[in-house]
Design a binder for this molecule. Sequence first.
Ligand code: GTP
Length: 264
Amino acid sequence: SGIGGSSNNFRRKPVIIIVVGMAGSGKTTLLHRLVNYTVLSNIRGYVMNLDPAVMTLPYGANIDIRDTVRYKEVMKQFNLGPNGGILTSVNLFATKFDEVISFIEKRADQLDYVLVDTPGQIEIFTWSASGAIITEAFASTFPTVVTYVVDTPRSENPTTFMSNMLYACGILYKTRLPLVLAFNKTDVAQHHFALEWMKDFEAFQAAISSDHSYTSTLTHSLSLVIDEFYNNLRSVGVSAVSGAGVESFFKAIEASAEEFMETY
Ligand code: GTP
């Protein structure tokens, strides 16, 4: 593909980075760290907040769902509980997402990245129609990458690790977008064990064999499936608190955006 000479009008920039992860994995803290890094490095970015229920954000959002949808009002109006209120708010926002896309398109020449923070309860974004609508709206206009934030210290247990990877695998399967695993909180626990388990099935099996409640046949079967998944993603270790790994993170994003441009 030649520079600037592409036949389609697909834009190379900005790259959309959709940040998902289990509650407490550190999405918001990591986003704050990424924003600070971009400011210091003269990388031009926007931040978008898609969590209607968040009270305060450590970063200033350029696009904020809370400016459009009043979560508390939605709960009252539709007589919903907290999760239903968040889901309905995101649905309402999704119906106006073409406006969000054109807002970004107008500024595309001045932007390298748009970082997207998603609701704390991961399934609200990953398993809802509106999450799919928003993801597709991005991916049909800009190179789009998904970042799955992993709580590294909490994943040192092999069964927790496997269920976390299966969840990430489901996200890859559903979005069909390039995926970057961000092993966060490496200031507390390094992610070497994870890289080792992803590279070497026998090392993982050795770790899990100490847990007798798991049949080795299930583990073995899962490992075959997940191995293909591991081959299709990039992994980086980061610390939202110390800032370690942020440069590698952006390199992985850049490579994933290239992959997106070649594939879609
Ligand atoms: P939700 O609000 O539930 O979506 O959580 P979140 O994924 O946005 O996580 P958040 O950024 O609120 O971080 C959760 C907790 O982990 C907070 O207490 C953070 O201070 C802590 N945390 C986040 N990143 C790191 C990290 O890199 N290292 C350490 N030690 N703690 C972290």
